[in-house]
Write a protein that binds this ligand. Structure first.
Ligand code: BES
Ligand code: ZN
Length: 590
């Protein structure tokens, strides 16, 4: 037996389901996806096969001649879900499983019309990373078990279904329903299975890109994300051809728990990116970078998550630099420094969770999600880049992407390849410290700074000595500079200072969600009551984890704001995604 992924029952000594055929109906009344999956195995030896499931009802398992296949659905364990154990007779190379998802499937969120922009139709979306594909489909839910699939999704008319796959058109369907067909020809890790259903429309924004959103948002979304083709061109010039044919976007309702999710061909996005001025499109650049780092070369398990996210943050900043120059990349390093510092402080710099290569047996990956793999991971690659020089490091990263394309690898495989391609580099930067030791190594590079960057942080630093930026200075700031300024202000602030800040920076009218949330965090931490209606309204509407943690965290830091935080959560939580609900509940319980 060879189970190498602590978050899956996948056993690579058993037959492997390399291709799935899915036929599913979405029923909004019962909040279930129901239908069947055909698993096509890579051999017909038969024998035991263990699949991952969570909350699924399994009606029957049979072979293609309708012969029943014996199966056992084991008891629910913590974190992993239920093992579905099959006994395949020799000669079996495909099976069909009739099943339905649970109304609380951890990988799905079913929304009421009131939670959408249009308010007239319900909405459904999936979020399978890290280990939720098993709550949609019985599968070998480990990133090592890559698969291709075809799918047909039947939904109530007039709704539209989309998947992170190639569209294969609409099929004839029973009255009152529509059936959409899809195909994913490239082998993907199961966590990249993705679907959404809603009152969706699309708008083409480039030769290989369109933007999907609810009908009422599609024009705004097309304007916000008009620059996709130039991003693709810049990324391809750095990392080689884009292998997924299309790069489309889907803007989800505000309860979507992430900023973005790199579902192949169809990146899922939070609507909080719609700032009106394209100031938050770096999230799209990040999800695009995953097309190489993450989707093409994938972490073998959650214990190697930094290979996905650290490499993607590094790649994202290289693309930003290619598009907008070194200043833009520097700003990106700088505005994300606080999230690294905060995560280090939260875990403690001796915590094993601050290693890049983690050990997560018995640990729920959603519970330990943090900026560490992102920002520490990116700094590790950056220090290697500084060590060997940009030209050699770029050549290395391109070779890495070619060598491991469409595979899923471990930290150790990365290091072995690094040593073969750039001998001595790992030792020179003390790679083992970065990878296997907690905290930030002493060799952490000091990031390059620009005059603008220094000016903004100096302005914030002088707050304590009473210096305030004048209107001309403030209006010359880019949205990112304003964010940086707010991040560097001391807190708590006096109510007079809060009032001054709100007025001088015109914070009430800001549409950039990063600026809004940074301001709300200062206001919450300072018990500044005039900001409460806006904070409450935001928390009621938006379910993005990145914002919920600091906002509820800041409110809970003051005795006086705690009852407010609890009251907001009580009314907002039914609309939150399950992952968000669990995370906030943990913050309120501490
Ligand atoms: N793949 C992640 C989102 C994710 C990670 C979902 C782990 C579930 C489990 C995505 O690429 C991501 O990192 N999104 C970030 C934005 C990015 C710019 C750092 C987010 O959601 O904030
Ligand atoms: Zn990412």
């Amino acid at each position: 037996m060879a189970r190498s992924d602590p978050h899956s029952f996948f056993d690579d000594a058993q037959p492997r389901a390399r291709h799935l055929d899915l036929e599913l109906q979405a029923d909004f009344a019962t909040r279930r996806l129901a239908g069947f999956v055909r698993c096509n195995f890579d051999r017909s030896t038969g024998g035991r096969v263990d699949l991952d499931t969570r909350g699924l009802s399994i009606a029957s398992v049979h072979d293609v001649h309708d012969e029943a296949i014996p199966f056992t659905l084991h008891a629910e364990g913590p974190i992993l879900g239920q093992r579905l154990e099959l006994a395949l007779p020799p000669g079996t190379d495909a099976i069909l499983i009739d099943f339905a998802t649970s109304p609380n499937a951890s990988g799905l969120q079913w929304l009421e019309p009131a939670q959408t922009d249009g308010r007239r139709h319900p909405f459904l979306f999936s979020q399978c990373q890290a280990i939720h594909a098993r709550s949609l489909v019985p599968c070998q839910d480990s990133p090592r078990a890559r698969l291709t699939y075809r799918a047909a999704l039947t939904v109530p008319a007039p709704l539209v279904a989309v998947m992170a796959a190639a569209s294969r058109g609409e099929r004839a369907a029973a009255a009152g329903t529509r059936t959409f067909a899809f195909e994913m020809p490239q082998p993907i890790p199961p966590y990249l299975l993705a679907l959404a259903v809603g009152d969706l429309a699309s708008h083409d924004v480039g030769p290989r890109s369109r933007v999907w959103a609810e009908v009422g948002l599609v024009e705004a979304a097309a304007h916000e994300f008009a620059e996709l083709e130039s991003m693709l061109v810049a990324a391809e010039s750095l990392f080689g051809p884009y292998e997924w044919e299309r790069f489309d976007l889907l803007v989800l309702p505000p309860s979507f728990p992430y900023g973005g999710m790199e579902n192949p061909r169809l990146t899922f996005l939070t609507p909080t990116l719609l700032a009106g001025d394209r100031s938050l499109v770096d999230v799209v650049v990040h999800e695009l970078a995953h097309a190489w780092t993450g989707n093409l070369v994938t972490n073998a398990s959650q214990e190697h998550f930094w290979l996905n996210e650290g490499a993607t943050v590094w790649a994202e900043r290289r693309i930003l630099e290619a598009l907008h120059g070194p200043e833009a990349a520097m700003m990106s390093w700088a505005v994300n420094q606080p999230s690294l510092d905060n995560a280090m402080a939260r875990f403690g710099s001796a915590s094993p969770l601050t290693r890049l290569r983690t050990e997560l047996r018995g640990v729920d990956p959603d519970e330990v999600f943090s900026s560490i793999p992102y920002e520490k991971g990116a700094r590790f690659l950056h220090v290697l880049e500084l060590e060997v020089g940009r030209a050699r490091f770029d050549a290395f990263m391109r070779a890495y992407m070619r060598r491991f394309r469409f595979t899923s690898i471990t930290t150790e495989e990365f290091v072995e390849f690094l040593e073969a391609e750039l001998p001595g580099a790992a030792a020179a930067v003390q790679a083992n410290r970065w990878l296997y030791e907690p905290g930030m190594p002493a060799t952490t590079p000091t990031l390059k700074r620009s005059a603008r960057l220094d000016a903004v942080t100096a302005a914030a630093a002088s707050w304590k000595s009473g210096r305030r930026p004048d209107a001309a200075t403030v209006s010359a700031w880019s949205p990112t500079e304003m964010l940086l300024y707010l991040q560097h202000l001391p807190r708590p602030l006096s109510h007079e200072d809060c009032a001054w800040l709100a007025q001088q920076l015109e914070l009430d009218g800001r549409r950039n969600a990063e600026i809004q949330v940074e301001w709300f965090t200062i206001a919450a931490r300072s018990d500044y009551e005039p900001a409460r209606p806006a904070i409450g309204g935001f928390l009621q509407r938006v379910g993005r984890l990145k914002y919920l943690r600091p906002l509820y965290g800041a409110l809970m830091q003051s005795q006086r704001s705690q009852p407010f935080a609890r009251k907001v959560f009580e009314t907002a939580s039914p609309g939150y995604h399950g992952t968000a609900r669990r995370m906030v509940a943990a913050i309120l319980d501490r």
